[in-house]
Design a protein around this ligand. Structure first.
Ligand SMILES: *Cc1c(COP(=O)(O)O)cnc(C)c1O
Length: 488
């Protein structure tokens, strides 16, 4: 397939669409508003379909294959979610409609708020934030407002562990806080002594991810919360790893005061290019008044069977975080996911996510070094290196995995593991897939010894070979064709 065939299909007179007769009166636009030269492509429908279908196959996604990208929870996105989101009454809503006409949508938002309160053990929820990172920003701004509202103005410091996701320090710094990193101990938990030393009257809050990005449940979560609370700080929970806890533990019960969910991770809404994301935030009772507004409230009417919903701004709200009401389509998908599973089903999601991760970890840990050798939660982190083999890096292993049709694990994160390979299988994979992935990893470990060039040159079977990743990121080329030798 040559470049020109893929990218220059336009030919004068070809068309793939016929516009319907207009249902409004014809109107001549002013001449000077119209461009004389508007080079729109002229292509037939089948050419367009082939073009986009082919392009869609050049990328990897959860609908094509295994995607064990640790921390990101790339689970399968059930198609029933899509069906619900496309229902006319949801898909065609306008955010400025009179609320009398959108009571069904508000009922769904209210129910989702209630579900997320119950799942996390929180007293209030905002559905507004557009991603986990924006949920963090929301949470940290709530921490700030909570302290300043009480006139406690010295608190200028947020603590976080050295295993934290980069968005945690970013959200804290963007909110004007000083960020202090707390080391992890030999078991991968937060080092309590180091934490205690920072717990003073300048402490605004602590951001904890639990299970953390090593895939380990912090064994001292309650002590951490006590230390932080006793110093007057607020506990923020990064809920990106909720896939390990559904129906098993509520962060609110463990001392977490504020937490974001990632609907596009835990609750199976599309991720990455399929987005947009959605990052609702839950808070404990003493922080409910600070939530961004508006939130959906149920009016206390006598007629309990016919509830009426309204939008209300919390009393000391930090303000609005997102236009209108957040990513409503994602709320419909997450609501559908929760309804389809029910409480027992959600618990099973986490049980299988944890089981699958431990199954893979045990298949691989003799051959790959496992720096924190404990029962893992829904993911685990290996070293992508062997001291006795020079020149093999996590990146080589990941690139070679692509030849087996697998998306690579997360590389080089968390930062505290050398050549980190962070593997999260999720609950939606069959045992056959897990076995095939383990076999590929074991074969690659063998090749690292016997045929290292096989790894250095990988991937060998993808449309595009090994890229210079720095160049590719710095000099994006978005509009030209595939390499001349591409033979798809
Ligand atoms: C994904 C992730 C985030 C950020 O969430 P986004 O929805 O991608 O903005 C934060 N922390 C952890 C641990 C994550 O895995």
């Amino acid at each position: 397939m040559s470049e020109s065939l893929i990218y220059d299909k336009s030919a004068p007179g070809r068309r793939g669409v016929r516009f319907p007769e207009p249902d409004v009166p014809h109107y001549e636009l002013p001449e000077d508003l119209l461009r004389k030269d508007l080079p729109l492509p002229e292509v037939s429908e089948n050419e367009v379909i082939r073009h986009y279908t082919r392009l869609s196959q050049l990328n990897h996604g959860v609908d094509i294959g295994f995607y064990p990208l640790g921390s990101c929870t790339m689970k399968y996105n059930p198609k029933v979610n899509e069906e619900a989101a496309r229902l006319f009454g949801f898909a065609q809503l306008h955010p400025l409609q009179n609320i009398d006409t959108v009571q069904g949508a508000m009922h769904l938002m209210y129910q989702l708020q209630e579900f997320l309160k119950e799942i996390g053990g929180f007293a209030g929820i905002t559905l507004q934030p557009a991603a986990g990172a924006q949920g963090e920003l929301t949470g940290v701004l709530i921490i700030k407002k909570y302290h300043t509202h009480r006139g406690d103005l010295k608190r200028n410091k947020i603590l976080l562990p050295d295993s934290a996701h980069g968005t945690n320090p970013a959200s804290s710094a963007m909110s004007g806080f000083q960020v202090v990193e707390i080391p992890s101990d030999a078991r991968g938990n937060v080092d309590l002594e180091a934490l205690e030393a920072e717990c003073d009257d300048t402490l605004a809050g602590f951001m904890l991810t639990n299970p953390n990005t090593l895939g380990l449940f912090d064994e001292h979560v309650c002590q951490i919360a006590d230390l932080v609370h006793n110093a007057g700080g607020v506990m923020y929970g990064d809920g990106a790893n909720m896939n390990a806890l559904l129906g098993i533990a509520k962060p609110g019960d463990l001392g977490i005061d504020i937490m974001h969910y990632n609907l596009h991770k835990t609750f199976s809404t599309p991720h990455g290019g399929g987005g947009p994301g959605s990052g609702p935030v839950g808070v404990a009772a003493h922080l409910v008044d600070f939530l961004p507004g508006p939130v959906v409230k149920r009016e206390e009417l006598d007629d309990f069977d016919n509830p009426y919903y309204v939008f209300r701004n919390p009393k000391h709200s930090i303000g609005r975080m997102k236009a209108f009401h957040g990513q409503f389509g994602m709320m419909v998908r997450a609501f559908t996911y929760i309804m389809m599973h029910g409480p027992d089903g959600l618990r099973e999601v986490s049980e299988y996510a944890v089981l699958n991760a431990n199954y893979l970890m045990h298949k691989l840990k003799g051959v790959y070094h496992l720096p924190y050798d404990r029962v893992c939660m829904h993911e685990f982190v290996l070293e992508g290196r062997w001291p006795e083999i020079e020149g093999i890096h996590a990146l080589d292993i990941s690139k070679r995995l692509m030849d087996f049709g697998f998306h690579p694990p997360t590389n080089y994160f968390p930062l505290i593991v050398r050549e980190a390979l962070m593997i999260e299988p999720t609950e939606t994979e069959t045992r056959e897939t897990l076995d095939a992935f383990a076999d590929a990893m074991l074969q690659i470990a063998e090749e690292a010894k016997t045929d290292p060039e096989m790894l250095h040159g990988a991937p060998h079977s993808t449309p595009i070979g090994r890229l210079d990743e720095v160049q590719a990121a710095k000099n994006l080329i978005l509009c030209c064709g595939l390499p001349k030798d591409y033979a798809g």
